[in-house]
Design a protein around this ligand. Structure first.
Ligand code: ATP
Length: 619
């Protein structure tokens, strides 16, 4: 692989006015040296913008002004849609972004990659006006400089639109209402004018048509399938950009997609990509942030890799193999020829978690942990599941494969008592419990652990520190003879942070300030410290980088093997199930339709079983 494109932050020479940009490596069809420097540079903060449609509300106060008319045609295509230079961001002593240079061409899909905590979201938040970068950084949009920091809301007025993982849709409103929401809030439609529903319906139908998306405009958005919710959010953002281009006369606009595929099963990701291609064809550039390398390779033209807040390298996607990309992201040592396997982020010890647990077990608890207990679920039935029965042996990792809507995704929550179940029993060792009588409080007492997909809301207390979250479930064990041994807990948490490779290793920082993947490791650490008898995992590697994903596999495998805990692993990533599980059951339409083990445990076989049964059920 040509590594000439790899640059390190140290190579940027710093001049008094900021950084001297390197010549950007350009994507296919992109003329080199066509950055803002190739055009008349404008400082746009002190002039009023001349707009083709100057009456459009919201444009006059955007902090951007023009010295020359908007570029059109080839001229517009010759400047980057967006370019950042020398962007840095510090959180206290933590440098989250270090002199980042990045440019995104008109009509390009650029992948922004990097390990958890490498700075991707921070860069997006600087572009969105959420974070103020350090002085000296510069932003060019459509070739023209925009003063930093951006004011809240300014991004949308300069042609930048964002779709985050949580999509920011109002689930209680209809598809039509969600489509027009941003216009109402943004001032495009008057809040006082009576709504002409018939006209709005017609306009919204035309919008969906434009992007070839079929949705019932009157349907409650919360009832849509996850992929359709993602498509709706993208159409809404793309429409905002199209309106921006129409009213400003500018050709550039940028859609930022921050992990848009994270909630989607693999087979639905393609439908999202068709939409992204349409958005690009309509005239927007796309910044695509994801840990899903298959998705990145399918949709991006070029990738930029961040590590520790610096741009580590950039590559044309078609020119780089997946293993090379993994190396670039996780920082593997130099490889020996093509046959070498990618080296993943180091785990200090294959049995890191198990050893941590062993060291931390209080003496009196040894027996319960050592014995291990099998789990038997019988006749589990609710609105989506029909008479589901299965067993998990002590120390076994049982995978559950099912497409979204199959009912598989309900299982961890029902067995934790987080959702009411109609009927069924859970036998844990010698004890049999009715699942209808389970509650999260009881589950914690019974040492049933749940790592939910939505870790931020359901898994962690965002306002508490990292150490408080990690030891939350074992605090009681450190309250002896009327004395609360806080120091012991902090030491315990520090050890867990080290073993679980949580970065930065700052026990006293508030957990919400950690990157998504590091929060996920903290959540897994929290539950494993409580030494569960049954560990329920739902999409445990969602939003986790390629190196940390392997770490999580090993953490759970070690804990299951050495502490004999039963594990239920539910995900739509069938490759992950094949890699990590001892056995996999397939759930379709709420029923247990197949079991795979041994040599049958391949991604292809699991997929085939899940899809075959779904097709048969649909006949
Ligand atoms: N509000 C904040 N306060 C303090 N530190 C923060 C804050 N937001 C982010 N950080 C730190 O900045 C660094 C970069 O985090 P960021 O969320 O940008 O990473 P990321 O690449 O998006 O990771 P992930 O893939 O896990 O989402 C991390 O060390 C993180 O702990």
């Amino acid at each position: 692989m040509a590594r000439s494109a790899i640059v390190s932050g140290a190579q940027h020479s710093v001049s008094p006015g900021g950084t001297t940009p390197r010549t950007p490596r350009c994507p296919r069809g992109w003329p080199p040296n066509a950055g803002p420097t190739a055009r008349t540079k404008l400082c746009m903060t002190d002039r009023r913008r001349v707009l083709p449609d100057s009456g459009t509300p919201g444009d006059s106060d955007n902090g951007v002004s023009l010295q020359e008319p908007p570029a059109t045609g080839e001229q517009a295509a010759a400047v980057p849609a967006v370019e950042v230079r020398g962007i840095s961001k510090d959180f206290g002593s933590n440098r989250a972004l270090d002199s980042v240079d990045l440019s995104l061409a008109h009509g390009e899909v650029l992948g922004l990659l990097g390990q958890n905590g490498s700075g991707k979201s921070t860069l997006v938040k600087v572009l969105a006006g959420v974070y103020d970068p350090e002085p000296g950084g510069r932003l060019f949009v459509g070739g023209e400089e925009v003063a930093l920091p951006l004011a809240p809301g300014q991004a949308s007025q300069i042609g930048l639109s964002f779709v985050y993982q949580n999509l920011a849709l109002a689930p209680g409103l209809s598809v039509l209402e969600n489509l027009t929401l941003s216009q109402r809030i943004g001032g495009g439609l008057s809040a006082w004018e009576p709504i002409n529903w018939i006209a709005e319906h017609k306009t919204a139908a035309a919008v969906l048509d434009r992007y070839d998306v079929r949705l019932d405009l009157d349907r409650r958005t919360g009832e849509l399938a996850p992929v359709d919710q993602a498509r709706l959010a993208i159409v809404r953002a793309a429409e905002d950009l199209r309106r921006y281009r129409t009213r400003s006369g500018y050709k550039h606009s940028v859609l930022v997609l921050d992990e848009p595929t994270v909630f989607l099963p693999e087979e639905e990701v393609d439908r999202l990509f068709d939409l992204i291609r349409t958005v690009v064809a309509e005239g927007a550039a796309v910044l695509f942030i994801s840990h899903d390398l298959t998705a990145v390779r399918a949709i991006t033209d070029r990738v930029v890799v961040l590590r520790d807040g610096r741009v580590l390298g950039e590559e044309v996607t078609a020119d780089i193999r997946e293993e090379e990309l993994v190396d670039l992201i996780v920082g593997a040592p130099a490889r020996n020829g093509d046959s070498a396997q990618p080296v993943l982020a180091p785990v200090e010890d294959q049995h890191a978690v198990a050893l941590t647990l062993a060291a931390m077990e209080s003496a009196g608890d040894q027996a319960a942990v050592a014995a291990g207990e099998s789990v038997i679920v019988e006749h589990l039935t609710d609105e989506r599941l029909h008479d589901l029965s299965f067993e998990i042996g002590a120390g076994e990792i049982l995978g559950v494969a099912g497409l979204i809507g199959s009912g598989a995704e309900e299982l961890p929550y029902l067995l934790f008592g987080a959702r009411p179940a109609g009927f069924g029993t859970l036998r844990l060792g010698a004890e049999t419990m009715g699942v209808a009588g389970l509650s999260p409080q009881r589950s914690v007492r019974e040492r049933i652990a749940l790592v939910p997909a939505d870790r931020a809301v359901q898994g962690l207390s965002q306002s508490l520190t990292l150490w408080e979250n990690i030891v939350m479930l074992v605090e009681g064990e450190h309250f002896r003879r009327g004395v609360f041994h806080r120091g012991e807990l902090v030491t315990l948490a520090r050890e867990a942070i080290r073993r679980f490779l949580i970065r930065p290793p700052w026990a006293h920082s508030v957990v919400s300030t950690f990157s998504g993947g590091n929060q996920q490791k903290a959540l897994i650490a929290k539950w494993l410290l409580a030494r569960p008898r049954l560990l329920l995992l739902h999409e445990p590697t969602q939003g986790v980088d390629v190196g940390a994903r392997r770490d999580i596999y090993r953490f759970v495998q070690s804990a299951a093997a050495l502490h004999h805990m039963a594990v239920l692993w539910v995900t739509t990533e069938f490759g992950e199930l094949a890699e990590v599980c001892d056995r996999v059951i397939v759930v379709t339409q709420g029923r247990h339709t197949a079991t795979l083990a041994g040599e049958e445990l391949t991604e292809e076989a699991i997929s085939a079983a899940a899809l075959r049964q779904t097709r048969e059920d649909n006949r």
